[in-house]
Design a protein around this ligand. Structure first.
Ligand code: URA
Ligand code: CA
Length: 433
């Protein structure tokens, strides 16, 4: 087999065999296929697309390029969740203990990564003592015992994807739905879940800016998951403004605690119940979505969800007393309110810009080596559809430095106020099976 023939076949819009896709992924991973050939191939896929069979083969080949996590020692159906980016997305912190509290085993592998705020692990590390450096055996043991544990990402998970994503980034081939879908799904599948719930975001703060693209990406990922024997469902949710109020690591932990008590922001609360219900049904712990939702709501009401969060934090070395006393979380030196400059209705909050504001304060990593400040971030007081009077606080900035003029400018750039009444945006557009 020759790589040049495979590139030509794809360039001409023909369908590749499983053998050809395995050949190219194996060769690219072990270095026998050079970057320039893989670049040409990626561009051919960008223009010609891939059939569903090709997408499944590509995903499987990338899964097989590295370690696969064996979760067979955990009782029950392991369900994982993935959100495609977003700003201030606190859902994982809420969903993991919430869903575990009704008996669904949550064996979560998570990363740090770049972004406006830290990854789930960074956020959890704002709880003093909490750590994810546990062995695989401990991880399995903790999930069996407490129904929930989080472990750091294995270094050798889907190396083919790692290499290909870096190459796509510099060859203008990131925006290809078959390549995005296989990239995301290969990591979820290698991490060992039996079933997967996807939260595909759409809107200004998301990867997929419009609804049709989001639907196509979601359908592709659902087809891939089901194609490799993992039950997969997706919902499409709104990211035309940040989710919830808090954007920042410790600030989001506090918001997650509020939400686990049933006292979180309306949109975050609703999204967690929707995603959580799908997880509970896929895990076969409820007969239908309505029953699942009632179980989750009950768990918020009776304190069980919060108790699972405490047990989980303590089991991994964390100071669980922060749950009852969030003032023990890292706190910024200065809080600065940003007042509305005029009276009107909030029409838009560009999530991306709020994310950048949080990053400028130090909440996110600019390079892999950056040290993040867990205490800082932004708390929104007004969301799309809210009426504001001139002088009302739009947001509060939590900062460890006094001069935040450029952050304030970002906030003003993110908020668009208009005179007429604006409706609240739709939170959940549709479900994809
Ligand atoms: N996220 C991924 O993990 N892969 C992509 O290709 C795009 C976003
Ligand atoms: Ca949030």
């Amino acid at each position: 087999m020759r790589m040049v023939d495979i590139i030509e076949k794809k360039r001409n819009g023909l369908e590749l065999t499983n053998g050809e896709i395995q050949f190219l992924i194996n060769g690219f991973t072990n270095g026998s296929i050079p970057d320039y050939q893989m670049s040409a191939f990626s561009m051919a896929v960008f223009f010609q697309g891939m059939s569903i069979e090709e997408r499944v083969y590509l995903t499987e080949a990338m899964v097989n390029s590295g370690d696969q996590i064996d979760l067979s020692g955990i009782e029950g159906i392991k369900v994982d969740k993935h959100s495609t980016g977003g700003v201030g997305d606190t859902t994982t912190l809420v969903l993991a203990p919430l869903v575990a509290s009704v008996g669904v085993p949550i064996a979560k592998m998570s990363g740090r990564g770049l972004g406006h705020t830290g990854g789930t692990i960074d956020k959890l590390e704002s709880v003093k003592g909490f750590h994810v450096e546990i062995t695989n055996d401990e991880f399995i043991h903790l999930v069996n015992k407490n129904k929930i544990a989080v472990i750091g990402q294995s270094a050798n998970l889907t190396p083919a994807d790692k290499k290909l994503y870096a190459l796509r980034d510099v060859t203008a081939t990131v925006d290809s739905i078959p390549l995005i879908a296989s990239s995301i799904m290969s990591k979820k599948i290698a991490a060992g879940a039996d079933a997967i719930v996807l939260d595909v975001k759409t809107g200004s703060g998301a990867f997929m800016k419009n609804l049709d693209d989001a639907k196509e990406l979601a359908q592709t990922m659902v087809d891939i998951g089901n194609g490799v024997g993992r039950k997969t469902k997706a919902i499409i949710s709104d990211m035309s403004q940040p989710l919830g109020f808090a954007v920042g690591n410790a600030l989001e932990v506090k918001e997650a605690i509020d939400t686990l008590r049933g006292q979180g922001p309306e949109d975050l609360h609703e999204l967690c119940l929707t995603l959580g219900s799908h997880m509970v049904v896929l895990a076969e712990k409820a007969a239908d979505l309505q029953q699942a939702r009632e179980m989750l709501e009950e768990s918020m009401r009776n304190g069980k969800a919060l108790q699972f969060f405490k047990t989980f934090l303590a089991a991994q070395g964390g100071d669980a007393s922060v749950v009852d006393d969030p003032t023990k979380l890292p706190t910024a030196k200065y809080t600065i309110e940003v007042p509305a400059l005029k009276t009107g209705c909030v029409a838009e909050i560009t999530a991306e810009m709020i994310g950048i504001a949080a990053m400028m304060l130090g909440a996110g990593r600019i390079t892999k080596e950056s040290v993040i400040d867990l205490a800082v971030g932004v708390v929104l007081h007004k969301k799309v559809g809210d009426f504001v009077q001139q002088g009302d606080a739009l947001v509060t900035i939590h900062s460890n430095r006094e001069n935040v003029q450029e952050v304030i400018e970002k906030i003003y750039a993110a908020y668009k106020l208009v005179e007429e009444k604006v409706a609240q945006p739709t939170l959940i557009y549709t479900e994809i099976h």
